[in-house]
Each structure stands twice: as C-alpha cells, then as structure tokens.
Design a protein around this ligand. Structure first.
Ligand code: IDC
Length: 467
C-alpha cells in the first residue's frame, strides 16, 4: 500500500487569521498537510491538503485526525466526515477522490476549541513524521497569503435543485431559473450560528437535502448578541463553510446578515460592507448563493433602509454581479405592516438596483389575515421572498399554529413565493424543527428527532418541486 503522510499542526501556535503550515512532508509519497487558515479565541479553521506525489493516479484517500478533549470538529467541507469519539475520519466528498500523479485536493473544517490534532493517520498508516526516522524532514511549503480561499466546491451535477435551476434571477415579480421559468424554493433557516453550530454538520445537512428534499439553506449569522461583531473572521469562515456544504449538495444558500437589535441596519453599515465584500468575493463563481443584506430592520424608516441597501448592494455587485440580493423591509421585514405602514412606501420609492427582492417575514400564530392580504397585494408589484417564518408566535415560542401556517404556505405556493422556516435547530423553543438535544446526532433524518413544527415542515418541503 502506498504510504501517506500527514503533516499535523500539533505544536504550532497560530495567530488569528494567519496561515501556518506545520510539519515537513516526505519528498516522494502521497502527502497531506494540515494548516490553520484562521483562528479565534474559541476555535479555528483547519485545512488539510492531500497531494499525490507518486507517479501514478490514486483513486481515494482517508485522513484521520484525533483532537484533544475540549476540541471538536463542528463542520467540514470538500470531504465526507465521520466521528468516533475524538477521532475524525475524512474521506473524499465524492468528486475529489481521484488524484492524478502530482495532483492535490484539500478539505477544511471548523474546530470548536483551540486544541490542534494530537495524532493523525492517512490510509491507516501513522502520519506523525517523528514516527518514521527514515523520512527526512523537508522545508515546509511556502505559506500562502491569508486571503487565499480554500478550494471552492465545483458546480453541482445531477438532479439537485441547483443542477436543475442554475443561476437564478428576478424576472418581473418572480424568481426565475436559468431557463426563465418562475420557480419557488423551499427550505430551512439555521438558528444563530453563535449558539447552534453543532446543528450544522455533514449528516444534518445531508438530511436537509436528501430526507427533507429541501432546496435551500438560509445561513443566519447574527451580527450582535455574540455574533459577527465579536469575531468577524470566525463567523465569516463559518458562513463560508456552510455555503460550501450547501453547494456540495446542490442546495441554494442564503447568506443572512442577521441584524435584529439594534434595528437600524445603518448601525452595522461598515460591518456589512466588510462582510459582504469578503463573502461575495469567495462565492462569486458559484450559481447558488443569494445575499440577504439585513434580516429585520425595525425602528427605522424605509428611507433609512433604502439608503443602507444602496450602499451595500454595490459592494456585492462588484464581485458577484448576477446574484439575487434580498432587502429587508420595515417593521421586522413585515413590508411595514407591523409599523402601521404598508408596501406602498416601497413601490413608491424602490431600491435603486436590479435583480433584487424584498423580504417578508411572518410568525403564523401572530400574523394572520391582514398580513396575508398585504402580501397578496404587494406580490403584484414587488418580488417577494419569505426568508424567515415561524409556525409559532413572533417570540419563536408558544403554540404551534398549524392552521395559520397551512393557510400561509398555501398562499406562498400559489404566488410562487420562496420560503425558509425558522429554525433548523434543536433550540428549546417550539419554532425549532428538532427536539432539544438532538443536534449531537447521530440521527437527523426521519421524524423521530423532529418536533411538531419540524414534522409539519418536513412534510410540506418534501413534496415535489415544480422546477
Ligand atoms: C429568536 C430566537 C431566540 C432568540 C431571539 C433573540 O428564536 O432563540 O433568543 O431570536 O435573538 C425574528 C428574528 C429571529 C428570532 C425570531 C423568533 O429574525 O432572530 O429568533 N423572530 O423570535 N423575527 C421575528 C421572530
């Protein structure tokens, strides 16, 4: 068997956002090198490059890393990941198993905790350079600049939502696929990544794609409440990783800049520009990324929201000119209704940009006929996207109102308005799709792990798409 070696970063302290390659690689074998591509006080982003330095093609690879107590892998991309205790096994994602002579591939992961791998193996062989005294150390490869993004996921193939629909665009008041056909996307929103990162892993996102047959994952990155503002590099990496996870499965992904308190998005204008410049550069070549620039503006006028949008949209467009961008609306994205206003203020003074949609959010137990009437009216003149809704009250808890939810979803289906449900998480609140304490796995598919709300949404979302 060919011998693989992994250079593991066991003893290297890495500064935030720096890149460090750690152990020397053998000169003539397949190799794998571990680097830390970003770190923060509570975790880091790791990357492993697998290289075939032999003279013949190899067809698969398997890397195992053991992490010290207190550090866990929360998600990974460009590899299939499984865990047994503290040992994490990474095998090809499906498209990156075969490596021609001299070729390489890389996969990445997010670790919660700061402990670097304590041991590693490749195809079952030890990969600790020190265990093989016959292997001479070599010079570490040149450190790439910190801004070099990890390999991004190639375009999807097959019958996934993205394979079928490709790059979306706004056509009149509808969302259209690459063939100009009006379509509806149905999916789920994450909860706050600062709280529920453990809910988003290979197996749970597999369940969303394969068992729920969803089209869409909304990646909800709070800005306050312990979110982005506390660790921009870490949260940006987390969002990027989840977009890669969605991309690997042919799902559309909404990048939600989850402003909530304070409600004026202009408070976060500088952060939004920085964040969207980074994520749009990273995902520019993808056809499945939708940008949602402000979750729920509140306590701010439509003019203030419009001004914010007209400063953030060009930042995204500079990198990713053809992506659909969604603008939040007044009164917690209620089209103004929760502020005693209406969508008329938007139609009278729309955002000066093309290929954009407007967000509408509802919580079925709180928002009923007058909100539905406004959505129906607005949908005639504004492209709408329900980027968030709950089956419960606006608190995210309380009674699940399936009657109102059903009426809402029937309306959205009829109007072909896309939607994402709050939340794909095991939060201890009735809006969560998973029962409390189920995100640790191992089971995410089926209804055994689901709440009343999750069971209902899975049933709705699983029905056939009309693409
Ligand atoms: C809620 C969460 C809850 C959290 C709270 C404050 O469900 O666990 O404590 O936010 O961050 C929204 C927001 C969304 C809210 C949700 C339910 O976009 O962040 O999540 N909601 O209250 N708008 C209307 C309702």
């Amino acid at each position: 068997m060919r011998r693989w070696r992994l250079a593991a970063g066991v003893a290297v302290a890495v500064a935030a956002a720096s890149v460090a390659t750690v152990i020397a690689l053998p000169a003539s074998a397949e190799t794998a090198a571990f680097t830390v591509t970003g770190s923060w006080s509570t975790g880091y982003q790791g990357q492993v490059e697998v290289r075939n330095t032999t003279s013949s093609t190899i067809s698969t690879w398997r890397v195992q890393l053991t992490l010290p107590a207190g550090t866990t892998v929360v998600n990974s991309w460009n590899a299939t990941q499984s865990a047994s205790g503290s040992t994490y096994t990474f095998t090809p994602a499906g498209w990156n198993g075969t490596l021609a002579a001299g070729a390489s591939t890389s996969f990445g992961f997010i670790a919660n905790g700061t402990g670097r791998p304590t041991s590693c193996s490749v195809n079952g062989a030890s990969c600790d350079g020190s265990s093989n005294p016959t292997t001479p150390p070599t010079t570490p490869p040149t450190t790439p600049p910190a801004t070099t993004p990890p390999a991004t996921t190639p375009p999807p193939t097959g019958s996934t939502p993205v394979a079928q629909n490709g790059q979306l665009r706004v056509c009149g008041v509808k969302l259209c696929n690459q063939n100009g056909k009006a379509i509806q996307l149905r999916g789920m929103s994450t909860h706050g990544l600062q709280w529920f990162a453990d809910c988003y892993n290979d197996a749970s996102i597999d369940a969303l794609a394969d068992d729920w047959k969803a089209d869409l994952l909304r990646v909800s990155m709070y800005v306050q409440e312990g979110g982005y503002e506390t660790n921009p590099a870490g949260f940006t990496a987390q969002v990027n990783n989840l977009v890669e996870e969605a991309t690997q499965r042919g799902l559309y992904s909404i990048i939600d800049f989850h402003t909530l308190t304070p409600g004026d998005p202009n408070y976060n204008l500088a952060r939004a520009k920085t964040f969207f410049a980074e994520v749009s550069a990273r995902h520019a070549s993808k056809n499945n990324v939708i940008y949602e620039i402000a979750n729920e503006p509140n306590g701010v006028s439509w003019a203030g929201i419009k001004s914010y949008a007209e400063q953030v949209i060009p930042v995204i467009r500079a990198n990713d000119p053809d992506a659909v961008i969604i603008v939040g609306t007044r009164g917690w994205s209620s089209l103004g209704v929760s502020d005693g206003s209406s969508s008329s203020e938007i139609t009278a003074n729309p955002v000066n940009a093309s290929n954009i949609m407007y967000a509408f959010h509802f919580y079925a137990a709180s928002h009923k006929d007058n909100y539905r009437a406004e959505v129906q009216r607005a949908a005639a003149s504004l492209p709408l996207f329900v980027t968030e809704f709950g089956t419960v009250t606006a608190t995210g808890g309380g009674q699940v109102d399936l009657a109102s939810t059903g009426t809402w979803l029937d309306l959205l289906d009829r109007l072909q308005i896309s939607y994402a449900n709050w939340t794909y998480s095991d939060a201890g609140e009735s809006s969560a799709a998973f029962k409390p304490n189920t995100c640790g796995g191992p089971t995410y598919a089926g209804t055994g792990v689901l709440t009343e709300s999750g069971t209902y949404l899975r049933t709705r979302i699983r029905t056939a798409d009309n693409f």
